[in-house]
Design a protein around this ligand. Structure first.
Ligand code: 5GP
Length: 182
């Protein structure tokens, strides 16, 4: 693997869009597909957005030591398979992980050469309105996600880079600067 980039950001910050735009311009980068116990959202596809596992399936991946890292986020579990990172290592590919800040700090402790990038919202008010605008979560889920933001911002102080997502174009340009110029 050339390099591992770990990108985190609060829910609704638009990190998925930023990463998607980056990948369109740089198809030689791979995006890791994580496992999750959360339900599939409308429009999501098995094997593209996530591998959707039952709690039992997730437990057995943990028991079999198949995860590089995993974390609980907002009442669901999410994990990165070791296999994905090992395959990229073998094939000399650059890999991007889109995971939460706890997972990112775990990856950094296992793979200190990885680069941690945090995508921050322009403001908390803006973030809350984006989260509500998605109409994908219940009010309870939104409240849980808002509560986790504080911790995410605290964790991000240990990250290597921070990008404020004011507009998608600006954020993609900053991401390119970091990834392509180091
Ligand atoms: P969502 O449910 O919105 O798709 O994701 C919720 C959070 O879980 C996001 O912060 C996302 O980056 C994170 N996440 C997704 N996959 C993984 C993973 O494999 N490991 C960890 N630690 N977090 C993940």
């Amino acid at each position: 693997m050339k390099k591992l980039y770990v990108i985190s950001g609060s829910s609704g910050v638009g990190k998925g869009t930023v990463i998607k735009e980056f990948l369109k311009k740089h198809p030689d980068f791979r995006l890791s597909v994580s496992c999750t116990t959360r339900g599939k959202r409308d429009g999501e596809v098995e094997g593209v957005n996530y591998y959707y596992l039952t709690n039992d399936e997730f437990d057995s991946c943990i028991e079999n030591n198949e995860f590089l890292e995993w974390a609980e986020f907002s009442g669901n579990r999410y994990g990165t398979k070791k296999e994905i990172v090992e395959n990229c290592l073998k094939n000399g590919e650059n890999l991007i992980l889109e995971i939460d800040t706890k997972g990112a700090l775990n990856v950094k402790s296992i793979m200190p050469d990885s680069a941690l990038i945090f995508i921050a919202p322009p403001s908390l008010e803006e973030l809350e309105s984006r989260l509500r605008g998605r109409h994908t979560e219940t009010e309870e889920a939104i409240q849980k996600r808002l509560a986790s933001i504080k911790l995410e911002i605290q964790n991000s102080e240990k990250f290597d880079y921070k990008i404020v997502n004011d507009t998608v174009e600006n954020a993609v340009r900053k991401l390119e600067e970091i990834i392509l110029n180091g």
